[in-house]
Design a protein around this ligand. Structure first.
Ligand code: NAD
Length: 363
C-alpha cells in the first residue's frame, strides 16, 4: 500500500463511528480482507462477507464501514440481539482458490473471539461458509441449516410493500398496480413471484438477459432495458440490485409513488431520501424492508423455530406500517425516523434479551 493510500484510509477511519476496523492479509494465498465492527451494543456484530473486486483499499474500506453501520441499524430495528458488522474480501470472487481464501478469512474472524459473526453476502456462497467454519464457529448460512435467505428476504420486502400500499393508498391490495422491478436475481425473482401472485403487473430489467427471461416467462412480466426501468410507468419502483440507485440522476426520472426493494443502501446520500420525500414519494427504508434474511438466520444462530422466524418476517408489515404512521405524524421522512429509532436502541446500550415474535417497534 503506498503512502497516499495509507493517508486516505486513515482519513476515512478518522471520521468513522465504528468500534473496531481491522485490515488483514495472508500473502500465502493472496488474501486481503477488512472486518468492520460498527456496534456491539446490542450483541455480537452480525453481518455477511462481501467478496468484491474493489478498485482500491479506500473503496473497500468505505464499503465495509457503510455496510457494517447499516447492519447495526437493521439488527436494531428488527429487534435482534445482534450488533452490526461486515467483512469484505478484496479480489476476484470468481476465483477457484476458495478453500485457502475462506480458511484465511475464518482465521481472521476467529481472532475477534466471537465479537463478529459472518454469513454470505455478494460473491460468497454457503459452501464458502463451510470453509470459514473449519477455522471458526462464528459463522452462519451453512448448507442444510437456515438455508438460502433470499426467498425470506423477498417475502419481507413483499410485506413491506403491502404496508406501504396500505399507508399510501388505504389498501394493501396490489391487484391492478404496476411494479417496476430492477434486478431479477435471488431476491428479485422471489419478490416478482409474490407480486405476480398478488395480481400486480410487473415491468422488469436485469443486466443478465437470462434472469429476465425467467421472470417474463414465469410471471408474465414485461421486460425493459436496465436504463428504462427507472422511468417505467409504474406505481412502485423496487430496487433489487445494487446500492446507490437513488441519486441525482435517477430521481427526476422516477415515476413511481412508492420505492421499496431488497437492495442495501439504496440512497446514494441521505439528502436523496429528503428529495424523494419533498417530491411526495414514499421511500421505504431499505434496512427495515430487507431484514427477512437476517431474521431467518436466527434459526441457525439462536435456534429459533422456523415458525417463529416466519411470524417475525411477516411482522415486517407491522414494523413498516407503524414506522410510516409515526413519521407522517411527526412530519419526518420515514428513513430519518427509522435511523432515529435505531440510534435510540443502540444508545440504550442494553442487550435486548429474549426475542418475542410479532411487531418489534417500541411505542
Ligand atoms: P443477486 O446477485 O442474486 O441479484 C442481483 C441482480 O441484479 C443480478 O441478477 C444482477 O444481474 C442484477 N443487476 C446488477 N446490476 C444491475 C443493473 N444496473 N440493472 C439491473 N439489474 C442489475 O443479489 P440478491 O441476493 O438478489 O441481492 C440483491 C440486493 O439485495 C443486494 O443489494 C443485496 O445486498 C440485497 N440483500 C439481499 C439479501 C438476500 O437475502 N439475498 C438480504 C438483504 C439484502
Amino acid at each position: 500500500m503506498n503512502t497516499n493510500s495509507v493517508k486516505n484510509i486513515c482519513e476515512i477511519y478518522a471520521t468513522a463511528e465504528h468500534e473496531r476496523v481491522v485490515l488483514w492479509s495472508d500473502p500465502t494465498c493472496n488474501y486481503r480482507g477488512i472486518i468492520a465492527i460498527h456496534s456491539t451494543a446490542l450483541g455480537p456484530a452480525l453481518g455477511g462477507t462481501r467478496f468484491w473486486n474493489y478498485a482500491n483499499d479506500e473503496e473497500a474500506s468505505r464499503d465495509a464501514l457503510r455496510l457494517s453501520k447499516g447492519m447495526s441499524y437493521k439488527n436494531a430495528l428488527a429487534g435482534l440481539p445482534f450488533g452490526g458488522g461486515k467483512s469484505v474480501i478484496i479480489g476476484d470472487n470468481r476465483t477457484t482458490d476458495r478453500e485457502r481464501i475462506f480458511r484465511a478469512h475464518g482465521r481472521f474472524i476467529e481472532s475477534f473471539g466471537g465479537r463478529y459473526i459472518t454469513a454470505e453476502d455478494i460473491g460468497t456462497t454457503p459452501s464458502d461458509m463451510e470453509y470459514v467454519a473449519l477455522e471458526t464457529r462464528h459463522v452462519g448460512g451453512l448448507p442444510g441449516r437456515s438455508g438460502d435467505p433470499s426467498p425470506v428476504t423477498a417475502h419481507g420486502v413483499f410485506r413491506a410493500l403491502q404496508a406501504c400500499a396500505q399507508h399510501r393508498w388505504g389498501t394493501a391490495d396490489l391487484s391492478r398496480r404496476v411494479v417496476a422491478l430492477q434486478g431479477c436475481g435471488s431476491t428479485g425473482y422471489h419478490l416478482a413471484r409474490e407480486i405476480h401472485e398478488a395480481g400486480a403487473a410487473l415491468v422488469v430489467a436485469d443486466v443478465d438477459p437470462e434472469r429476465v427471461r425467467h421472470v417474463v416467462s414465469e410471471f408474465g412480466a414485461q421486460a425493459v432495458s436496465p436504463r428504462d426501468i427507472l422511468s417505467a410507468q409504474a406505481d412502485v419502483f423496487s430496487p433489487c440490485a445494487m446500492g446507490g440507485v437513488i441519486n441525482d440522476e435517477t430521481i427526476p426520472a422516477l415515476k413511481a409513488e412508492i420505492i421499496v426493494g431488497s437492495a442495501n443502501n439504496q440512497l446514494l446520500e441521505p439528502r436523496h431520501g429528503d428529495l424523494l420525500n419533498d417530491l411526495g414519494k414514499l421511500y421505504a427504508p431499505d434496512y427495515v424492508a430487507n431484514a427477512g434474511g437476517v431474521i431467518n438466520g436466527c434459526r441457525e444462530l439462536l435456534s429459533w423455530a422456523a415458525a417463529d422466524a416466519a411470524v417475525k418476517v411477516n411482522a415486517i408489515y407491522d414494523t413498516m406500517l407503524e414506522l410510516l404512521d409515526k413519521s407522517k405524524a411527526e412530519g419526518m421522512p420515514p428513513f430519518r425516523k427509522a435511523d432515529q429509532l435505531a440510534e435510540q436502541r443502540l444508545s440504550a446500550e442494553s442487550f435486548m434479551g429474549p426475542i418475542s415474535t410479532g411487531s418489534t417497534m417500541t411505542p
